[in-house]
Design a protein around this ligand. Structure first.
Ligand code: ERO
Length: 310
């Protein structure tokens, strides 16, 4: 049968699927469920220097075509996740995990990354440059000057494998400009895409979530065309050493197949994982393998990036 093994940088994973940051990754209990599922690995909830309560509830709502959230970066703080990750390095030395991070200021981000650099952590860092939901804080990666400055400073001291979680871009010129910045740095990966920021979904006359008068990040089926476009636009523009994690609108094996055709190596699942629970990994993996078997593809590399044009 087909294999869905992949590698990111020097790390090998038994399966190309994992959770998207924010879903099933708040605490040890949730992360353990992903650890013990069919997923190839997990990423933690984006950690900040201090724990955060996040925005008022209700702040996440599933809807038929996806989800809307304005969680506001609730998390248990950097030390909590680092302690768990270091413990797992001892109990699961053959596995590699992702640590999602961002500071509430550039100074905080440097403090966090310097601590990771000094620690025994030997996995991958996913620096979140795209949170849409903290009132008053813009999505960092929509400001390419700020992003370039931040990455320049980071890579002066940070020597471990690091990737960035990006918001969706919607203009060809923005793809060109963003790729030109990312290509200046020894990034291990980019992750396309975070939720589509600041959408509105209504129920009759009323918004669905409390923070920001109902504005929130959109996930699920709504997002797939945008996610595929971002994966493929960067696949065509980035140095081949920068791998791509595809995230957005993965409900089925077919959706994952499309992300990989567009150039994704790893595929993350958010809204569907929230709706279905960690059993989703088994179903979607089996569906992807069935498509690969039918088409005669034995490995992910057999079709990754091989999107056909008219
Ligand atoms: O509100 C959040 O915690 C959040 N929601 C998202 O859809 N994406 C994020 O990146 C994020 C916070 C980091």
């Amino acid at each position: 049968m087909a294999s869905t093994k992949i590698h990111i940088g020097k790390f090998n994973f038994e399966n190309c699927f994992m959770n998207a940051a924010g879903v099933y990754c708040f605490d040890r209990e949730e992360l353990e469920k992903i650890l013990n599922s069919e997923a190839g690995t997990f990423v933690t909830k984006t950690a900040t220097l201090s724990p955060r309560d996040g925005n008022p509830t209700p702040r996440y709502q599933d809807v038929p075509l996806g989800s809307i959230n304005s969680m506001g970066l609730p998390n248990l703080g950097f030390d909590y996740y680092l302690e768990y990750l270091l413990e797992l390095q001892k109990t699961h030395p053959d596995r590699t995990f992702f640590f999602s991070l961002v500071g509430m200021s550039p100074e905080d981000t440097h403090t966090l990354l310097k601590r990771v650099q000094e620690s025994e952590f030997n996995g991958l860092v996913e620096l979140n440059l795209s949170c849409p939901n903290v009132p008053g804080k813009p999505q960092i990666a929509y400001d390419l000057e700020t992003t370039e400055k931040l990455l320049t400073e980071i890579f002066s001291y940070f020597k471990k494998p690091l990737g960035i979680k990006l918001p969706p871009y919607f203009d060809m010129v923005h793809f060109d400009q963003a790729a030109a910045v990312f290509n200046k740095f020894p990034l291990t990966f980019i992750n396309c895409v975070n939720s589509i920021g600041n959408g509105l979904i209504l129920d009759d006359e009323t918004v669905l979530i409390k923070p920001k008068d109902g504005f929130g990040g959109i996930g699920g089926e709504y997002v797939k065309p945008t996610a595929l476009a971002n994966v493929h636009a960067f696949y065509k523009r980035l140095n081949p050493s920068i791998q791509i994690i595809g995230t957005g609108g993965v409900l089925t094996g077919r959706d994952a197949f499309e992300h990989i055709l567009c150039g994704a190596s790893m595929v993350q699942i958010g809204t569907t994982l929230h709706k279905e629970g960690p059993e989703a990994f088994k179903r979607i993996t089996e569906e992807l393998k069935a498509i690969m078997d039918e088409k005669g593809y034995k490995t992910i590399e057999d079709f990754r990036g091989k999107l056909k044009y008219l």
